[in-house]
Design a binder for this molecule. Structure first.
Ligand code: C2O
Ligand code: CU
Length: 509
């Protein structure tokens, strides 16, 4: 009962999927939604809050009655949530007690290169011998083709990541970014939510406290004994038909987790709730919807996108979400009679991945939250603001007889730069692709200007840091390079594509 289902083709929504033994599949909605713990600073000095996260191996009960080994920030999956304030610098000390090196990236954060979690900027655990030419942990090639021997930085045991947070309220997240191993390491659990708050956002009166809930959505597959399955970590998968294709297209599993629990249930009051939706999957995309929809009005009122609040709320009945994208939405459960169960479904899922989680409207309640018509000042960028135009093609190419994922036909090289934007300027970047590639820029937030020369999606609004470039589509964005100079990267956020070197550098000058 294990293996890979389906076959790969560009127009299939999901191709090969790793399967969990049917006997082990939990019954949906049997687990209450877990809420990750929120970090408390270990100390505050000179107005800077200091946090400590310890990466370690831990056991979690994800499938009822079974133990799953996870790699977690603070030993949990998702990791501890960090809730910080705009304009107030924090330091996060990440200590590595795992059996492998890591690099932590604050996704959507505007931080200096030294704190950006560059893939070769490693935090190495005790006893780890850095040997970039040799075999890596997981049997990989550890940067052999992509990194010059002197382009590694190895920090022992722990590293301070400095986050100035000179950016508005937003739903960010942090995750592992180790060269060649981000996909298996995130699959094992190395990801957490990171919320930025500010005064303007808090003055809006949006649902808050227990009615402001992060939902980290991702898919996984499990062995008979509860272990996470992943091609390069699971010898039993080697040589199975379809595994190669599944790996090329990105690894997906048949169990959908929300905050680390399979198809959980949340009991809600008949009131408005704010949900920070994150797709933390390695490769799976979802098209989220509510079933049934509300008696009146749209299912979701979107108040924010990847990098901050929208200028004004937008209504949607469906939210297409690709890996690493976020939607900050309000759902109004007072539009349902008490006693209703409302399922968050995935309209492009098949079988077990068609459902995500369930809400049970349990009681009437007082609600003094609101969604004002104006949310934040979002300066719409005009195409004429761009001082340069560049084009990047995300495509599979043959390099020395091997199929590889590339940007402009080049596999990643840590010492090559595909762009040198000037600090403080706006550029127009055009992405083309042969497949679904969720393109993510570090540092620079952007606005989506056009899809194949025409309209953008209703869900493309606001400041973003990740955009799903769909097969054979041309996506134009206006990106602002501000905050810091230096080396940053952009890449496909399908984590298997990323590990297969679909990444590139830009240098802010
Ligand atoms: Cu969320 Cu470079 O990644
Ligand atoms: Cu990709």
């Amino acid at each position: 009962a294990t293996g890979v289902a389906g076959c790969g083709s560009l127009d299939r929504e999901v191709s090969g999927e790793l399967l969990t033994s049917a006997a082990r599949l939990p019954k949906p909605y049997g687990t209450p939604l877990p809420i990750p713990r929120t970090a408390v600073p270990v100390r505050t000095a000179g107005g800077v809050d200091r946090y400590e996260l310890v990466q370690r191996v831990a056991e979690a009960e994800i499938l009822p009655g079974l133990k799953t080994e996870v790699w977690g920030y603070d030993g949990t999956f998702p990791g501890t949530t960090i809730a910080a304030r705009s304009g107030r610098q924090i330091v996060v000390n990440v200590r590595n007690e795992l059996p492998a090196p890591t690099s932590t990236h604050l996704h959507g954060g505007i931080q200096a290169p030294a704190s950006d979690g560059y893939p070769t900027d490693l935090v190495a655990p005790k006893g780890y011998r850095h040997n970039p030419g040799g075999p890596g942990h997981g049997g990989g090639h550890e940067g052999v083709m992509h990194v010059a021997p002197d382009d590694w930085t190895v920090t022992r045991l722990a590293k301070d990541y400095v986050y100035p947070l000179d950016q508005p309220a937003a739903t960010l997240w942090y995750h592992d970014h180790r060269m060649d191993f981000s996909a298996p390491q995130v699959w094992r659990g190395l990801a957490g939510m990171f919320l930025v708050h500010d005064d303007e956002e808090e003055a809006l009166g949006l649902p808050s406290g227990e009615r402001d809930i992060p939902l980290m959505i991702c898919d996984r597959a499990f062995d008979e004994d509860g272990a996470l399955r992943y091609p390069s970590l699971d010898p039993s998968l080697t040589g199975e038909p379809g595994v190669e294709d599944a790996y090329m297209e990105g690894v997906t599993g048949d169990v959908v987790l929300v905050n680390g629990a399979p198809w959980p249930e949340l009991e809600v009051a008949a009131a408005r709730y704010r949900f920070r939706l994150l797709n933390a999957s390695n490769a799976r995309r979802y098209r989220l919807a509510l079933e049934p929809g509300p008696r009146e009005g749209a299912s979701f009122t979107q108040v924010g996108s990847d990098a901050g609040l929208l200028a004004a709320p937008r209504s949607h009945d469906e939210l297409p979400i690709s890996p690493a994208e976020r939607y900050d939405v309000v759902i109004d459960f007072s539009r349902y009679p008490v006693g209703t169960t409302v399922t968050l479904v995935n309209r492009i899922g098949e079988g077990s991945t068609r459902r995500v989680m369930r809400f049970r409207v349990a009681r009437a309640a007082k609600d003094d939250s609101r969604v004002p018509r104006k949310l934040a000042d979002v300066e719409p960028l005009a195409a004429s603001a761009a001082v340069a135009e560049r084009q990047f093609d995300f495509r599979q190419t043959q390099v020395e007889g091997m199929k590889v994922w590339t940007v402009n036909k080049k596999p990643f090289r840590s010492d090559e730069f595909l762009a040198r934007p000037r600090l403080g300027t706006v550029e127009r970047w055009r992405f083309t692709s042969d497949f679904h590639h969720p393109v993510h820029l570090h540092l620079a937030h952007f606005q989506v200007l056009a899809r194949s020369g025409g309209d953008v999606l209703p869900t493309d609004g606001g400041w973003k840091d990740t955009v799903d470039v769909r097969p054979y589509e041309v996506v134009d964005v206006l990106a602002r390079f501000s905050g810091h100079r230096g080396r940053y990267m952009f890449h496909c956020h399908n984590l298997e594509h990323e590990d297969m070197a679909m990444m590139a550098n830009f240098q802010v000058v």
